[in-house]
Design a protein around this ligand. Structure first.
Ligand code: FES
Length: 63
């Protein structure tokens, strides 16, 4: 499998390398709280500084 170089990914959680796209996909599927996203992706299990970014994504999609 090859990664296409033109598909840019924004990393939300640099500790675990979790991308914005990955989190948005989960939110679309109804995984719309920080704990659930954490357990699904590992995001926010390191330094914890990405929680605000994840919460922002959740808030944005709920609008
Ligand atoms: S950046 Fe997500 S836990 Fe550190």
């Amino acid at each position: 499998m090859t990664d296409s170089p033109d598909k840019e990914e924004t990393v939300i959680c640099s500790c675990t390398g979790t991308s914005k796209e990955k989190i948005e996909q989960l939110i679309e599927k109804g995984v719309d709280d920080l704990d659930k996203i954490s357990s699904a992706t590992g995001a926010n299990t390191g330094c914890g500084s990405c929680d605000i970014l994840i919460l922002e994504l959740i808030a944005k999609q709920k609008q």
